[in-house]
Design a protein around this ligand. Structure first.
Ligand code: ZN
Length: 223
């Protein structure tokens, strides 16, 4: 991974950064690239409350905020922005407002690379709406000012429709950081993390491959 002028990561939920891209972010940070993570919501509508439960509807946003901060610290992200949108409502936000908000972040940070979700191929409506606003904000920039867009897709049809991802990062060197970031989102990942560690103990090849490889599609803007 080459050093970037600035990386901007935009996702709607605490934990979106941990699963698919924390190895890539940590590698950029190790390479000296400044990283900003803009997280739109606190995931306060999440159904998981921990297992056994250690939060409730009232405390979940506070807990997830702390988990997000912990995950960012583990990955090494120094500039974490919590944008204050409501969980599960991004698709109903005024789109123009959202695009302008993304545009103002891009103006301020002047990123050479943005990582977000691939609209239409990111499974959750919040994911798709976030990716769509990011892409539209970049489309509005003059050609020479547009950052690269590396987008995450994981819908069942993504490879059929988008083709194979053109970017694959081997993040095995920072796998411990990635596992710790996933575990930091304790209220959401406790059960999954236990299963993950059991599989790692027996060197389960699928689990190792899943953790070590991060894949992106470069989004190219027509005209
Ligand atoms: Zn999410």
């Amino acid at each position: 991974m080459e050093k970037e002028r600035q990386l901007l990561v935009v996702f709607p939920h605490p934990d979106d950064e941990a699963f698919g891209v924390s190895g890539t972010i940590a590698t950029h940070i190790n390479n000296g690239t400044p990283v900003t993570y803009a997280c739109l919501t606190l995931g306060e509508m999440g159904r998981n409350m921990g297992d056994p439960p250690f939060c409730n509807r009232e405390t979940l946003p506070l807990i997830r905020k702390q988990e997000l901060q912990d995950s960012a610290n583990i990955i090494g992200i120094k500039d974490l922005r919590m944008l204050g949108y409501r969980d599960k409502t991004i698709e109903f936000e005024d789109e123009e407002k959202l695009i302008n908000h993304m545009g103002s972040l891009i103006d301020e940070l002047n990123p050479s690379l943005i990582i977000s979700f691939y609209p239409g191929y990111a499974v959750h409506p919040d994911h798709d709406a976030t990716g769509r606003a990011v892409v539209k904000a970049v489309e509005r920039l003059p050609k020479e000012k547009r950052p690269k867009l590396h987008l995450v897709a994981f819908s069942n049809n993504c490879i059929d429709e988008l083709g194979e991802p053109d970017i694959r990062h081997d993040v095995s060197a920072v796998m411990d950081t990635k596992i710790a970031a996933i575990k930091a989102h304790r209220s959401q990942t406790q059960l999954m993390a236990t299963e993950m560690e059991e599989k790692l103990k027996v060197n389960d090849p699928d689990m190792i491959a899943w953790l070590q490889n991060e894949r992106f599609w470069t989004y190219s803007i027509k005209n």
